[in-house]
Design a protein around this ligand. Sequence first.
Ligand code: NAP
Length: 164
Amino acid sequence: MNLIAAVDRHWGIGKKGRLLVSIPEDQRLFREETLGKTVIMGRKTLESLPGGKPLYGRKTLVLTRDPDYRVKGAVCCHSVEEVLRAVEGTAREHIFVAGGEEIYREFLPYCRTAHITYIDYVYEADRYCPDLDKDPQWIMDLETEEATCFDLCYSFRRYVRRQG
Ligand SMILES: NC(=O)c1ccc[n+]([C@@H]2O[C@H](COP(=O)([O-])OP(=O)(O)OC[C@H]3O[C@@H](n4cnc5c(N)ncnc54)[C@H](OP(=O)(O)O)[C@@H]3O)[C@@H](O)[C@H]2O)c1
């Protein structure tokens, strides 16, 4: 599986149920990477999307502990195990773990690759992605040149799980 996240210098990802910042190029890349694929997200992240609706053109699996929760266009799963059963038979590289914090933490052990938009700034955040720079099991193997969006600097990084 792939993890996909936009993080700040402290690996912050959100505050008060929202993203820290929107970078159009990051959103474009997210769309491009995940279109036609399977996306796993938490109920809170789903509800933070425009109109609280799943993203068009992707199979969305949403995690909730509420057995009565329904959302048009998404499959509700009630445990990590149920998600793993639902993706059986799907190529691992076509599965994207899209947050938020709870979901990143629970699914990190199943991820082999992480696509990280690294924003070189410190925001006030209340949600975080696990810091892969501090995790000896992960190594960054690709990083684009730094780009800018107004006065923000960011780059796209790829991390892979070390073999063995
Ligand atoms: N920067 C980024 O790339 C990025 C990406 C995604 C999200 N975000 C941000 O992250 C924040 C949301 O993250 P979050 O940690 O608060 O919430 P979240 O991970 O999106 O959703 C948490 C919810 O998922 C459900 N859940 C989690 N584990 C489960 C399990 N094992 N079984 C069943 N259901 C489970 C529960 O839903 P119920 O309460 O319904 O039971 C839980 O309340 C927002 O600020 C959002 O903007 C940032």
